[in-house]
Design a protein. Structure first.
Length: 577
């Protein structure tokens, strides 16, 4: 059984080594559709004065409407002195899931909490994100608060809150902070510090329109959402006013968001001039709120679309935003045989649903590589050049350290980054969180089995050569000035193996004070003379003395002591067994 276990272990190690040398690539196609976002909303009584129109709840609903129809996860947590209400991360699976999140934002944000501790709210959000262990999705937190911590009449101190905040920050979640009418600069700085330290941003909107713009910007940063066009138009109750927008290629969803103070009627006309049935949820979803309407078109055709708007009661002005969720992916590839000082070519390709873009579709796109030296955190930016049907860049890694490399590409209504590839030059191998790409599985298995057989026969040969009884000795560490024993340990010596005393000490955790002399002392268990241990000492060790009479051989029951400059340091016993 031990032999079988050894063979299986060798097989698994061999397979791992073979796979480790395969070429790799980073695929960014899932980045835009793999978000896990927690909205953390201050629900303390101070928000009644600073957010009387409950814009915080509206911000949540607008963000929900901008998300793709399915794929992402969103959660909501309200807090004051402690977390109050929470909606755990929910996977967006359609209109009903979105409505449940929006209902929560209406019913649970009450602005009635007592005292405020933002750190407690963030800590609660971290627990919600950590509940989904193993997920590779992009995680982030959106904090909406007036920034005013309030510990009056509580048993909690600011120092205790800061300790909780520090622990939260160590987890590395980006926190996008929206400060709604913070009363002092201290509150502003508190929020700014949270966002800056987490690598995110802070905003202080003064109007509802500014807040809506911020939500679009956050959606753009976290996903692959782009604000394509925005216009303000005057509409009347007696006729439709048209807004025309060209939808580009590679759009997963087109969001038409219309801000309005009065009720409106809308129509959507496709590239063929046909009016879309707004009740057909396979093609379109309509989300209507009191102050805005969001129309989501699924996989709209490339070309000219028209949104038609009219008011129901009187002439009003409305704002129409076109917002695109892209389905295109960016794929970064690098060679496997990377060496220090050797120039290699990195390639970047764009695609849609697994198919590469045609060369003409790269028009208007540009990109760059960002290479980071992980030892110094210094970055280098290299522009990408278009070559036939892809982007390319020449890269030279100049030091034997680890690097990360990431591609960024921008174009018409497109701004996306690839996954990050990690390059470890000590071994010359590359690694990534993406997929491996190379030899077929059957060939890996064959190579692994061949490796197992070779290693197995080597082990048999070596073990045969070293067969025989092991000998035991005792190492005794002694304080040089008093002679008191402070540590001793038994060691086993394989037959015919020459073992440095230094290695035996290291194995047993004994700290030597021989000042390097232990590397010159060797113990050898004889195969032919099973009851003897030979001691070999390098004659060049200055100041090393051997006490007791013996001829460099320990018989059962004897011992040998080493001293440095006359002080007893270490004794090796060979007891009788």
């Amino acid at each position: 059984m031990k032999t079988i276990a050894k063979i299986l272990t060798i097989f698994l190690v061999t397979i791992n080594l073979v796979v480790g040398y395969l070429p790799v690539f980073a695929n960014g196609s899932e980045v835009a559709r793999g978000m896990e976002v927690i909205f953390v909303v201050d629900d303390s009584a101070s928000m009644q004065d600073n957010d009387p129109n409950k814009l915080a709840g509206e911000a949540v609903r607008r963000f929900v409407d901008l998300l793709p129809a399915e794929g992402d996860k969103l959660g909501i947590l309200t807090y004051s002195f402690n977390p109050i209400e929470r909606q755990d991360l929910m996977t967006i699976t359609g209109k009903d899931a979105k409505q449940k999140l929006k209902d929560f934002s209406v019913q649970k944000i009450t602005q009635r909490g007592h005292n405020t501790d933002t750190a407690a709210g963030l800590a609660g959000a971290a627990q919600m994100l950590e509940a989904n262990k193993g997920s590779q999705s992009k995680k982030a937190i959106v904090l909406i608060t007036d920034g005013a911590n309030d510990f009056r009449n509580t048993n909690r101190t600011e120092a205790e809150s800061n300790a909780v905040l520090s622990e939260f920050m160590s987890k590395g979640y980006p926190v996008y902070t929206i400060g709604i009418n913070p009363e002092t600069d201290a509150f502003k700085n508190y929020l700014i510090n949270i966002s800056q330290q987490s690598g995110a941003k802070t905003w202080f909107p003064k109007t509802a329109d500014e807040l809506n713009g911020i939500i679009k910007e956050i959606a753009s940063e976290l996903g692959n959402v782009d604000l394509a066009n925005s216009s303000i138009i005057t509409v009347n109750p007696d006729q439709f006013t048209d807004v025309v927008q060209v939808v580009p290629e590679a759009v997963l969803e087109a969001n038409i968001q219309i801000d309005h103070e009065e009720p409106i009627s809308i129509e959507v006309v496709n590239t063929n001039g046909e009016k879309i049935d707004l009740s057909d949820e396979k093609k379109v979803l309509v989300y209507s709120e009191e102050k805005y309407t969001n129309v989501k078109l699924h996989h709209p055709e490339e070309g000219e679309w028209t949104i038609r708007v009219k008011s129901k009661t009187k002439q009003i002005q409305v704002k129409v935003d076109w917002i695109f969720n892209h389905d295109a992916d960016i794929r970064l590839e690098i060679p496997k045989d990377i060496q220090v000082g050797k120039e290699v070519t990195a390639t970047v390709k764009l695609g849609l649903k697994g198919l590469d873009f045609k060369p003409e579709n790269y028009t208007g796109f540009k990109g760059e590589l960002v290479i980071t030296n992980t030892a110094t955190n210094q970055t280098e930016t290299i522009p990408l050049s278009f070559d036939t049907d892809k982007f390319v860049a020449k890269v030279t890694f100049t030091e034997e350290v680890n690097y990360t490399i990431q591609a960024s590409v921008k174009g018409p209504n497109f701004d996306k980054k690839s996954d990050t590839i990690k390059v470890g030059l000590e071994s010359g191998a590359s690694e990534t969180n993406g997929k491996s790409k190379g030899l077929p599985l059957w060939l890996l298995i064959v190579l692994g089995l061949v490796g197992v057989l070779v290693i197995f026969f080597i082990i048999k040969i070596v073990s045969g050569a070293n067969s025989g009884p092991k000998l035991n000795a005792r190492l005794e560490l002694v304080i040089s000035d008093t002679g008191a024993i402070v540590q001793d340990a038994y060691v086993s010596l394989p037959p015919k193996n020459k073992v440095a005393l230094k290695e035996l000490l290291k194995q047993k955790g004994i700290k030597s004070v021989l000042e390097g002399a232990e590397s010159k002392i060797f113990l050898v268990a004889s195969k032919n003379q099973a009851k003897t241990i030979h001691i070999e000492v390098d004659k060049k060790v200055t100041g090393l003395e051997i006490t007791d009479n013996f001829n460099h051989t320990l018989q059962p029951g004897s011992k040998i002591s080493f001293s440095k400059n006359g002080s007893l340091i270490l004794t090796v016993h060979y007891p009788q067994y």
